[in-house]
Design a protein around this ligand. Structure first.
Ligand SMILES: Cc1cc2nc3c(=O)[nH]c(=O)nc-3n(C[C@H](O)[C@H](O)[C@H](O)COP(=O)(O)O)c2cc1C
Length: 224
């Protein structure tokens, strides 16, 4: 290893094998209860919880530790309304012909359409942006590496943290998403990556059966 500044690893927790087995099972059982939902209640969620979940997302592994992400957490009713208006206008075009038949058929079992009332009902929207330029210090403008991979992992951490905190989410990707940069006043060298809708499910919330079909272990993994 090349010479570099370092400190001893002092926060790793070593569990006995039996406890590791139990923890892995418990985590699986818990994360299995995460579902994308599309009917949210307007029950408020404190900003502190959102801040903690974004801090968790910010610990994700990433290219050269440049942390090429930005999260805009929106609770302002006026901004949520702007997001809804723009998203629904774009989605209408998508469902009216911009998407090809194969894509529309793939979405059919999820029951999605151009109407996105949850963009106003849910207490929080978190717009995730990826940064082309950056560095380990905020404000740097060096080249970023593995941007897509890094922001994808951070978004996964965010969704997992929100679920762990007891919140429901929807991953939403209006096409195109460039309107988010304008509404959130983000700079030109950032790209909107995803929009996460966050809150409590409406008491009548449902999940599409299609989304419950998860591939078996032997279909997604092999062991050499
Ligand atoms: C990158 C990405 C984009 C998505 N875009 C949308 C979307 O625009 N609208 C929507 O209703 N769901 C969207 N979803 C949610 C998926 O439909 C959902 O994750 C999938 O059906 C599996 O269901 P589950 O999340 O409940 O396991 C998206 C998910 C991902 C990962």
């Amino acid at each position: 290893m090349q010479q570099h500044d370092s400190i001893p690893l002092d926060d790793f927790i070593e569990y006995p094998p039996q406890q590791m087995h139990q923890r892995s099972m418990e985590f699986y059982q818990d994360i299995k209860r995460r579902h994308s939902i599309r009917q949210f209640s307007d029950k408020p969620v404190s900003r502190k919880i959102i801040e903690n979940c974004i801090k968790a997302a910010g610990t994700a592994p990433n290219g050269a530790n440049h942390q090429p992400w930005h999260f805009t957490a929106i609770s302002s009713p006026d901004i949520k309304r702007q997001v809804r208006e723009q998203a629904e206008a774009h989605e209408q075009r998508f469902y009216d012909g911009a998407a090809n038949d194969e894509w529309l058929n793939a979405l059919k079992p999820l029951g999605t359409d151009a109407q996105k009332p949850y963009l106003e009902t849910a207490p929080w929207l978190i717009a995730v942006f990826s940064q082309k330029k950056g560095g380990v210090e905020a404000g740097e403008k060096n080249t970023n590496y593995y941007i897509h991979e890094s922001v994808g992992i951070a978004t996964g951490f965010l969704i997992t943290a929100l679920h762990h905190a007891g919140l429901a989410t929807l991953t939403h990707t209006p096409k195109p998403m460039s309107f988010l940069s304008k509404i959130c006043q983000r700079p030109d060298d950032e790209r909107p990556y995803m929009l996460i809708i966050v809150g409590h499910p409406d008491e009548k919330a449902t999940i599409p059966k299609h989304a419950l079909k998860k591939k078996r272990l032997d279909e997604i993994a092999d062991f050499l």
